[in-house]
Design a protein around this ligand. Structure first.
Ligand SMILES: Nc1ncnc2c1ncn2[C@@H]1O[C@H](COP(=O)(O)OP(=O)(O)OP(=O)(O)O)[C@@H](O)[C@H]1O
Ligand SMILES: [Mg+2]
Length: 588
């Protein structure tokens, strides 16, 4: 489970849904109105029947006959109209609120810090958005209305029964108690089981989601059958949990309906004797029969709705957990903004920065300090795992350091609005991301309002134009799921174009050219030369040919800066850098 279990009271957890109702008060009242109207009209039907039967047709005047039938007709019209209106309004509310909840959950998740995604599988989030909201839709769109309608019918029917025959009705009350108690006990069990079953479904779809993304790895290791087995296990577990839940629910339904009907049959039995003893008229018995049928039906439905409600309570508990999670990375209450956007790039100052990930006790960065002047180009090199990418993560404020500060033009990034900060930074990440859309839109992702010409220009700068125009549909070519139709180097150039389109004063390149051949690297390198003008650039690279041109090189090892200088001066120092350089440049 992604979060600790909250100990909210059961019905109380539905409170999370209240804010979603507020904008639709008007519709809610229409729905409730039509609901009450429908229930009242239904309750009036047996009453009309009694009138008709007690009339004794032969002895009545035609005007009386007409009046009673017109009454019944009007009641029927009211039942038809209010039932249709109720159905529409209540379903509308259900769909509307579910859509709003989905949007809210998705938006909330999008603003979470990376730490959230380290501990939560995306399949689990999807299941929250889909399965849990569907349960709530059932609750709002059907169950609540059924519950209210049938509760009204139950109460109204009972009242009318008491009016018709208090003695018979007393029996029914006793029987009711005998029905309700076992129903409640079983209902509680169903609720517990349905939470269980939802979790199992989420597990299975999370697993499938992850594995489908790695299909070529599965196939290259020929692990299809073991993956199938694993998934089958998950699905079987979720089937078994669902079966146990449904069995409990079936028991619940059986007991509710059986006890409900039994008690009613018993009462009718007694009623038949009452009529023979002339204690009630046959019209009254008809009315009583119809009311008992309504009450029996209502009891059955209420029992079923209790099950639905309990499933929805489980669902809203989980959504509540999700909506209550707050990103560890917070916007300052009164953010400071940069005086004016620098034309020459931005000044970056890092002071005594120390950082470790929450999930890992080892320090990733220890006491790192350096400064970069506007427009300067600085390379960061160092062995794998030295903390280079982590440093970029801190610059983007995906994580907050345990100590030390990062300042842009003198302002601590913690004091800046998060979105403003990230607008200043363009990044080409180590793991490139291509969306399943065309080349044009993939680059435009860097600046949503960019014109086509701006996109072409950025692609040109990134040496991507050359290969994109040779694709079957040029810039309109669909790049496949996660850019599957592109080579590694092509993907990198698309992502570089995306970052350049953003035109940020601070550019971060994390192994941006690692997948390129020497010639393309040279091309992109040249393009980046131009692109790096007038902005501050931080380049991470393993290939030292890439970093040779940098104004300054920072060598990072085990999260500490061990050397700084130009290529030439570092070679002279004969430290780690010169060793790396020897390996790379004298190899052939
Ligand atoms: N999200 C994370 N949670 C916990 N530990 C992490 C996380 N990301 C990275 N680390 C750890 O932090 C250390 C530094 O990782 P980082 O990605 O910064 O290295 P790097 O210098 O970029 O390496 P490379 O050159 O291989 O890309 C590694 O030991 C890694 O295991
Ligand atoms: Mg890295």
């Amino acid at each position: 489970m992604m979060v600790k279990k909250s100990n909210l009271s059961k019905i109380g957890s539905l409170k999370v849904l209240l804010p979603f109702f507020t904008p639709y008060k008007k519709y809610f009242f229409i729905a409730v109105f039509s609901l009450v109207l429908a229930a009242c009209a239904t309750l009036a039907v047996p009453f009309c029947f009694r009138q008709i039967i007690n009339l004794g047709f032969s002895s009545s005047s035609s005007s009386q006959i007409n009046a009673t039938f017109i009454n019944l007709f009007l009641v029927a019209c009211a039942v038809a109209f209010s039932t249709a209106l109720r159905f529409y309004m209540v379903s509308w509310l259900g769909e509307r609120i579910t859509s709003d909840i989905k949007k809210a959950v998705y938006e909330h998740v999008l603003y979470q810090s990376p730490e959230f995604f380290e501990t939560t599988q995306s399949g689990e989030i999807l299941s929250r958005i889909n399965t849990d909201t569907t349960l709530i839709q059932t609750l709002v769109g059907t169950s609540v209305s059924m519950a209210i309608r049938n509760a009204l019918l139950l109460i109204g029917g009972l009242v009318m029964m008491f009016i018709t025959s208090a003695k018979l009705s007393l029996f029914i009350l006793v029987m009711l108690l005998l029905t309700v108690i076992p129903t409640m006990i079983l209902g509680r069990r169903v609720r517990k089981l349905s939470k269980n079953s939802q979790d199992k479904i989420a597990d299975a779809s999370a697993l499938a989601g992850e594995k489908l993304n790695a299909i070529s790895t599965i196939q290259s290791f020929t692990n299809e059958s073991s993956e199938t087995k694993l998934f089958n296990q998950y699905v079987e577990t979720s089937f078994i949990t669902a079966r146990v839940r449904n069995l409990a629910r079936a028991n619940l339904t059986f007991i509710a309906i059986f006890l409900g009907f039994s008690s009613i049959i018993l009462i009718l039995w007694l009623g038949a004797y009452a009529v023979t003893r002339n204690e009630m008229s046959s019209g009254e018995l008809t009315q009583f029969i119809l009311y008992t049928v309504i009450v029996a039906g209502a009891i059955a439905v209420v029992a079923e709705v209790i099950g639905d409600t309990q499933r929805a309570i489980g669902a809203s508990e989980r959504l509540l957990e999700l909506l209550q999670l707050n990103s560890g990375i917070k916007n300052p209450i009164t953010p400071k903004s940069l005086p004016s956007l620098p034309a020459q790039g931005i000044h970056l100052a890092i002071q005594n920065l120390s950082f470790r990930y929450a999930s890992n006790p080892n320090a990733v960065l220890s006491n790192v300090s350096f400064e970069i002047n506007p427009g300067e180009r600085v390379a960061i090199v160092g062995p794998s795992g030295a903390g280079k990418t982590s440093l970029f993560q801190l610059l983007l404020r995906f994580y907050d350091p345990q100590s030390g500060t990062i300042k842009l033009n003198g302002i601590d990034i913690k004091d800046m609005n998060l979105q403003e900060l990230r607008k200043l930074i363009g990044i080409v990440p180590q793991d490139v991301v291509i969306f399943s859309t065309n080349a044009l839109e993939n680059i435009r992702y860097g600046k949503e309002d960019a014109t086509d010409e701006e996109v072409f220009h950025a692609a040109n700068l990134a040496a991507a134009d050359e290969f994109i125009t040779r694709l079957p549909d040029g810039y309109q070519t669909f790049l496949g799921d996660r850019g599957m139709r592109l080579s590694g180097g092509q993907k990198q150039r698309i992502v570089i174009a995306r970052a350049l389109l953003k035109n940020p004063p601070l550019l971060l390149l994390d192994e941006a050219t690692s997948a390129l051949d020497a010639e393309s690297e040279h091309l992109v390198q040249q393009a980046l030369e131009v692109a790096m003008k007038n902005r501050t650039t931080l380049v991470i690279a393993h290939r030292l040919s890439t970093v040779k041109q940098a104004d300054r090189i920072i060598v990072l090892e085990h999260g500490r800066i061990i050397e700084t200088g130009t290529h030439a001066s570092l070679i002279d120092q004969g430290g780690l850098y010169s060793n790396l350089a020897k390996l790379q440049f004298t190899d052939n």
